[in-house]
Design a protein around this ligand. Structure first.
Ligand code: ZN
Length: 283
């Protein structure tokens, strides 16, 4: 996969010191298939390796930031065949729990953790709907700026699992609100997410991209190394509070949910909980 030939996203040098990665599958509401996962990794790596880039923006083509994970297909890559794994797992086609566990380790857990630990500041620009797996993409960014029409939800409990694979809900929302968010699957507004501390800023939709770019440029004027070590220091503090272990534990419970669904329904999700409007595109 050439870094020059992304098909699910655009890579832009948006301003001096700022790279912008724009998810660009609007016909799929920017649902993340496996191809997009690897293109995101490649785009982030490119930004990290470019010494002129100091801040990375993750944005999305209108109208929605992300409808979550795309279950309708992997795109133009075959995991473990045409696409080498970037994590430590293999055996993606094995039957039983083995293959599913390895696949989700690779594309949902290890990949996501890698993005969370990129050595440069990242800012998510979120508009429209940000659902389930879309939350994972926003949450791994250091800052989140949302448009005033953004809404956030994780409807996966109705699908028989305990939330999306990157289980940062208690850290992003606090434990009590995380339970409400998951139990009800309600959509929460940008303003509510801001009140809970999940979102840094809320701005009018028309101003979102300009606002994020100005914020990125403000940050990019700081010394690159102090930005890097500051990010590392904060992430390390969160790690010391147990986030990594909590996410790893929830990931195993998530796999237990998938296994239970397979035994009961022959499907990794409970089909009765799959909202028809977002069938195939979200979990
Ligand atoms: Zn899963």
């Amino acid at each position: 996969m050439s870094t020059e030939n992304f098909s699910t996203l655009r890579y832009e040098l948006a301003a001096p010191g700022v790279a912008r990665v724009v998810m660009d599958r609007p016909s799929h509401r920017n649902a993340q298939n496996v191809q997009m996962s690897y293109e995101l990794s490649e785009a982030f790596d490119r930004a990290v390796q470019d010494d002129e880039v100091k801040v990375i923006v993750l944005a999305a083509s209108d109208p929605h930031f992300s409808a979550g994970h795309d279950l309708s297909g992997d795109g133009a890559v075959r995991l473990g065949e045409t696409q080498p794994a970037i994590g430590t797992w293999g055996g993606f086609k094995k039957p039983g729990v083995e293959g599913r566990y390895a696949r989700e380790q690779e594309i949902f857990l290890q990949n996501t953790r890698r993005w969370r630990n990129l050595s440069k500041p990242t800012i998510a620009a979120v508009q429209g709907k940000c659902i389930a797996g879309g939350l994972m993409l926003a949450w791994i960014c250091d800052l989140i700026v949302a448009s005033d029409d953004a809404v956030f939800s994780d409807p996966t409990v109705a699908m028989g699992v305990c939330g999306v694979e990157w289980f940062a809900h208690p850290w992003e929302l606090g434990p009590r609100k995380a339970k409400e968010f998951l139990f009800t699957a309600d959509s929460w507004t940008a303003e509510e997410a801001h009140r809970l501390g999940m979102v840094n800023r809320v701005v009018p939709r028309a101003e979102l991209q300009d606002h994020v770019l100005a914020l990125a440029q403000q940050i990019a004027r700081k010394p690159a190394f102090s930005l890097q070590i500051t990010k590392q220091a904060v992430n390390s503090a969160v790690d010391q509070m147990g986030q990594q272990q909590a996410i790893d534990q929830a990931f195993v419970l998530h796999q237990l949910g998938h296994a239970n669904n397979m035994l009961k329904f022959g499907s990794i999700i409970d089909p009765s909980g799959m909202p028809s409007a977002i069938k195939k595109s979200v979990y």
